[in-house]
Design a protein around this ligand. Sequence first.
Ligand code: CO8
Length: 262
Amino acid sequence: MAYENILFTLEDGIATITFNRPKALNALNGALLGELSQALGEVAANEEVRVLILTGAGEKSFVAGADITELATYGPLQAKAFAQQGQAIISTLQSLTIPVIAAVNGFALGGGSEMALACDFIYASENANFGLPEISLGIIPGFGGTQRLPRLIGPNLAKEMIFTGKMIPAVEAREIGMVNKVLPSESLMEETLKTARIMASKGKVSLRAAKQSVNRGLTVDLATGLDIECDAFALCMASEDAKEGTAAFLEKRKAAFKGRLK
Ligand code: CO8
């Protein structure tokens, strides 16, 4: 499908979705969210996709939040529908079975931070800034920020960010555990791709099982989480990838995973 507000590419099993409204700092309007939803559907349906990267067009912004010109026209019911649309799409993103990296190349504000938080991890450029500035607009985060940020960095730091609306630079975001790596702008995509290629070379069944074990385990008590891990581990052993991975080790060669869900 042809997109106008995002760019979608797929190369060597790595899909990249680029938010592409640089004149509005890639702010999320209804049209962009609709296209993102379509693109995530394409990613989920295509067995060739092994890893997804999200990034923003231009050098200044990943996503500067929901489009405030659209937001300003909403009454409560439209606002609820918009928040539900955004939350559903971001939940779809979070529940993709493949790894998803946010390559944050500038402002990640409001819905932009919330989008990045739903990815498996974040790499950021040195000029990136993160924040949930909704409080300064007289509203609160509506795309999951009050839920995902405290789970990631703890309630006190999250409350400080949400109650003040202040932006924090990439280095500080790394210190508090929001960001895995901070990179010079010019090497952000290459470094992100390097990590994506490493993950894309692993077994698809085991990657999927690892992601589901971590994500599901985080929502339950430790004993239940360990059960989830045991079951997922056992399922992996039935896969073609596990046979190949263990045989390759014993034969002292590099494993050639087929990426099939068997
Ligand atoms: N929406 C629409 N347009 C935007 C947005 C935005 N979020 N952010 C920037 N733009 C536009 C500006 O209006 C400007 O357009 P123009 O050139 O036509 O005047 C252009 O992008 C460039 O922006 P600036 O000139 O402001 O660039 P600066 O470098 O001076 O500042 C900032 C960059 C700091 C990022 C500044 O633009 C800013 O503060 N933007 C708004 C950030 C913000 O508040 N985001 C949160 C939005 S609310 C939200 O995300 C809620 C999500 C959940 C919603 C669910 C509820 C229904």
